[in-house]
Design a protein around this ligand. Structure first.
Ligand code: PMP
Length: 322
């Protein structure tokens, strides 16, 4: 059973966890009118630090993509949220991997008004312990969903809005009831878009293929991270281009990637085994590189890491480590 953290952050203040509440009549609750980020913090390899992974890139997407497109304005700045994230994680004394979620909500508006300047914007941050994804080792079986990806002309996928996740829910429910772990979602043109809360990549003929950011995907930070690491560390070319449904059946290796899902190997698609139905060498090597970077063992990428404690790093509380 999971135990709630002691503190959350609401509208600029650290508050006790039960006080982090929002009214049922807000647009956030009624219509899913919120935008958010999912960020991971990793315990360093030596256990003496917790690093927030790509904090600036996440806050940049929150403010300069999601809030911008929804015309959400507030006096809360990215710097305020960055400080809030570090303060909150420290206050909770986390010495473990954590998942951090800053969220901006539309509160209650005036009746009949959709002028975004007149609707209050509320903000929160929560952080909870989160171990690595449970299927990193074994991989997952996926289907190709019968649902189509939401598209830019109606419900823009590059906005990380709470309401968009109803689609992930439809997809994941169908996949689960059909006996799969997850699913690949095609866009309205029938090309591969992404998975529920993750981007898709596949290895074929010595190159990695992934759909472009115009395919109906979130502009994923993990996707960009891996494009760079695959080329710089594994010396494999990454090609961003459309992918057909039947191409994924021919993949030698395939995986979902995202902040929470990290790098989850896909070992079967619509019951076609991927690479013989076992996790392949390429995905394994990529996982190693990714976690070395995220846990601070690769100094060349230390600019991606924001330390929570120190300097100097304070000593871990052993009894609170997970
Ligand atoms: N696509 C969707 C729909 C997502 O929700 C996520 C998770 N945020 C991703 C891709 C991966 O994005 P990121 O690497 O920025 O976490």
């Amino acid at each position: 059973m999971s135990v709630n953290p002691r503190f959350a952050w609401m509208n600029g203040r650290i508050v006790a966890w039960p006080e982090a509440t929002i009214h049922v009549r807000t647009d956030a609750v009624m219509y899913g009118a919120n935008v958010f980020e999912g960020i991971r913090g990793y315990l360093s390899a030596d256990g003496k630090q917790v690093f927030v992974f790509r904090l600036n890139e996440h806050l940049d997407r929150l403010f300069n993509t999601s809030m911008r497109i929804l015309r959400m304005t507030t006096t809360v700045t990215a710097e305020t949220l960055a400080k809030g994230i570090l303060d909150l994680t420290r206050a909770n004394e986390f010495w473990c991997d954590v998942h951090i979620r800053p969220t901006m909500y539309f509160g209650a508006g005036e009746p009949w008004s959709f002028d975004p300047a007149k609707i209050e914007v509320l903000s929160s941050i929560t952080a909870v312990p989160m171990p690595p994804h449970p299927r990193l080792e074994l991989g997952i079986q996926v289907s190709v969903s019968s649902w189509r990806r939401i598209q830019d002309t109606s419900m823009p996928p590059r906005v990380k809005a709470g309401a968009n996740y109803l689609q992930s829910r439809y997809v994941a429910m169908e996949a689960t009831l059909d006996g799969y772990d997850s699913a690949i979602i095609l866009n309205e043109t029938g090309k591969v878009a992404e998975g529920p809360a993750a981007c898709f990549m596949m290895l074929r003929g010595g190159r990695v293929f992934t759909p472009p950011i115009t395919a109906g995907i979130l502009e994923s930070i993990t996707r960009l991270t891996l494009i760079q690491l695959i080329s710089e560390r594994l010396h494999v070319e990454v090609v961003e281009r459309e992918i057909d449904r039947t191409e994924v059946y021919l993949a030698e290796e395939a995986f979902f990637c995202g902040t929470a899902q990290e790098i989850v190997p896909i070992v079967g698609i619509d019951r076609y085994p991927v690479g013989g139905g076992r996790v392949g060498q390429f995905v394994r090597a990529l996982q190693r590189v990714y976690f070395d970077v995220a846990r601070g063992s690769e100094p060349a990428y230390s600019a991606w890491l924001t330390p929570i404690y120190g300097p100097p790093a304070s000593e871990p509380h052993n009894e609170e480590r997970t």
